[in-house]
Design a protein around this ligand. Structure first.
Ligand SMILES: CC(C)(COP(=O)(O)OP(=O)(O)OC[C@H]1O[C@@H](n2cnc3c(N)ncnc32)[C@H](O)[C@@H]1OP(=O)(O)O)[C@@H](O)C(=O)NCCC(=O)NCCS
Length: 159
């Protein structure tokens, strides 16, 4: 990956990040079709991102090509799950790279930075939910050593 920088989001870039998130929500491979793209109001999502930033700005990573943001990764070092777990884990909720910038190592750079931060924070496990047919993302995660931990099964009763 050359000519790109992985860094935390700056406070005046929330609009650009929101555009990337909207594109992610409309991506035919990456997005769960159960989500209606514009059903979650933008302001509520931006508030969610601001909480990540307040907690630790490193949790909102962007890929910057010098002119604009072309990808992002959102993660949480600690999940807010109310039941105590035997071991806590971090979660990566979003990873997205604009179509014209794919296969250039951008997602790899975002993942490497995220995993480095998590190791530095003493986190021992990290999870990502991914659609079964999302081959690009699944291959990316396998490359980093992720293993399938849990399967979500669904039956469509109308069929
Ligand atoms: C998944 C995604 C983030 C990958 O971004 P990227 O910048 O193209 O990824 P990289 O260039 O860093 O590729 C790293 C590895 O991922 C895998 N990969 C990426 N794109 C792939 C594709 N189209 N088919 C198969 N494997 C792919 C490969 O293993 C690749 O390594 P290689 O180039 O040495 O073969 C990007 O395709 C994307 O934004 N998809 C839509 C959103 C999405 O699905 N997000 C994940 C939600 S769980």
């Amino acid at each position: 990956m050359t000519g790109y920088r992985i860094r935390s989001l700056k406070s005046d870039e929330m609009g650009q990040l929101t555009e990337l998130r909207t594109a992610f929500m409309q991506d035919p491979v990456g997005t769960n079709l159960e989500f209606v793209p514009d059903a979650q109001p933008t302001l509520r999502w931006q508030e969610y991102v601001r909480k990540h930033l307040e907690e630790d700005p490193r949790q909102v990573l962007v890929a910057d090509d010098g002119k604009r943001l072309v990808g992002y990764l959102l993660y949480k070092t600690r999940s807010d799950f109310p039941i105590t777990r035997r071991y806590p884990y971090a979660t990566i909720s979003d990873i997205y790279v604009m179509p014209g910038y794919r296969r250039r190592g951008m997602a790899t750079g975002l993942m490497e930075t995220c995993l480095r931060h998590l190791r530095e924070a003493g986190v021992t496990h990290v999870r990502i939910r991914v659609l079964a047919g999302n081959e690009p993302a699944t291959s990316l995660y396998k490359k980093f050593g992720f293993l399938t931990h849990e399967l979500i099964m669904e039956l469509e009763l109308s069929s």
